[in-house]
Design a protein around this ligand. Structure first.
Ligand SMILES: NC(=O)c1ccc[n+]([C@@H]2O[C@H](COP(=O)([O-])OP(=O)(O)OC[C@H]3O[C@@H](n4cnc5c(N)ncnc54)[C@H](O)[C@@H]3O)[C@@H](O)[C@H]2O)c1
Length: 326
């Protein structure tokens, strides 16, 4: 395959590139990334000199550049990670979210269509389906209604709709995956798990929104990469696949307490802060479709890999110290 990965210098995109190049040694990857605050080429140092890997600093909204990259590199597959991703930032200023997540996705779809790519895989989130009630058994699945409640999730929902529309209207061979919260190495330290670990390592308190009773589903990032691998290789064109990790609910305060325990620190380190407006209470994912059709299931145990993730941030202080307090 000749794959265009967008947003490959970010958290999941860089993990995906490392995953792919180590397994598919004949495939070529072009990584197109604007290098916003969230993009970091240090994540990819180990593949910099790989002859099957090229990095291009570019904005996905630049239609002319995107078209010529797809053409010049004879791209057959697009895996679209690039996005503005932090809900809090989307509340402060939705503008870049609309620009990158909606307009940028349209630019890529148009360029992919005009260059007859064989597959456009869109990476999306469970957040587009809104919020579930606490204490219920309800889960999101592929037939759930869209109900985004933050500018971030609304912009991702819009991008999902555009991708599906290009599949139906123009016959672009698309697939979509909606995944729950990822954790692992190279995650920007503004997201819950790396923020908690790095604050504790800096001797700071850990901010927890509202009552902390917000439930998210968590998945180790390599499990996400393997799901995308299966979708690219065996997934059905036009289909959406849900990807999730946990079978039981864990709320944010429990996550923070688990990290405190791993790091041998007390609950006095928790600082409750004013809640985020429109904060979704609970997400949960039914991943039975991808399990039945493609044989995927999460393979990394949450407790074990949370511990390994904490260790990674402990061992890689240089990585996060440079980017944390910009
Ligand atoms: N992190 C999660 O838990 C999670 C869960 C489900 C889905 N997703 C989705 O996965 C994708 C990747 O998420 P992430 O956490 O790795 O994000 P991230 O914020 O770590 O990285 C985003 C990357 O996109 C790049 N980018 C942003 N705007 C760009 C533009 N206009 N042109 C080119 N590049 C641009 C950034 O430089 C960065 O490298 C996103 O689409 C996100 O919605 C994330």
């Amino acid at each position: 395959m000749k794959i265009l990965v967008t947003g490959g210098a970010g958290f999941i995109g860089s993990n995906f590139i490392l995953y792919w190049l180590s397994r598919y040694t004949n495939d070529k990857i072009v990584n197109l990334d604007k290098l916003t605050y969230a993009g970091n080429l240090e994540n990819l140092q180990s593949v910099e000199s790989n002859k099957n890997y090229v990095f291009i600093k570019e904005d996905i909204c630049n239609s002319k550049a995107v078209k010529s990259i797809i053409k010049d590199y004879q791209i057959d597959t697009v895996v679209h990670f690039a996005a503005e991703t932090h809900v809090d930032r989307s509340i402060d200023d939705p503008t870049p979210f609309i620009k990158t997540n909606v307009e940028g996705t349209y630019v890529l779809l148009d360029a992919a269509l005009k260059n007859n790519v064989h597959r456009f895989h869109h990476i999306s989130t469970d957040e587009v389906f809104g919020s579930l009630e606490l204490g219920t058994e309800e889960k999101f699945n592929e037939s759930s209604n869209y109900s985004p409640r933050s500018p971030y999730s609304a912009s991702k929902a819009a991008s999902d709709h555009l991708v599906r529309a290009f599949g139906i209207t123009y016959g672009l061979p698309i697939t979509i995956s909606n995944c729950s919260n990822n954790y692992g190495p190279y995650q920007f330290p503004e997201k819950l798990i790396p923020l908690t670990v790095t604050n504790l390592l800096e001797g700071k308190k850990v901010p927890v929104y509202g009552d902390g009773l917000y439930v998210r589903d968590w998945l180790y990032v390599e499990d996400h990469c393997r799901a995308v691998d299966l979708i690219l290789n065996k997934g059905r064109i036009g289909e959406t696949y849900f990807i999730g990790g946990l079978t039981e609910d864990i709320n944010n305060i429990e996550i923070v307490k688990k990290i405190l325990k791993i790091m041998d620190m007390g609950e006095d380190k928790i600082k409750y802060v004013k809640d985020r407006p429109g904060h979704d209470r609970r997400y949960a994912i039914d991943w039975s479709k991808i399990n039945k059709e493609l044989g995927w299931k999460p393979e990394h145990d949450f407790e074990e890999y949370l511990k390994l993730t904490v260790d990674w941030y402990k061992r890689n202080k240089n990585w996060w110290k440079k980017i944390k307090n910009d």
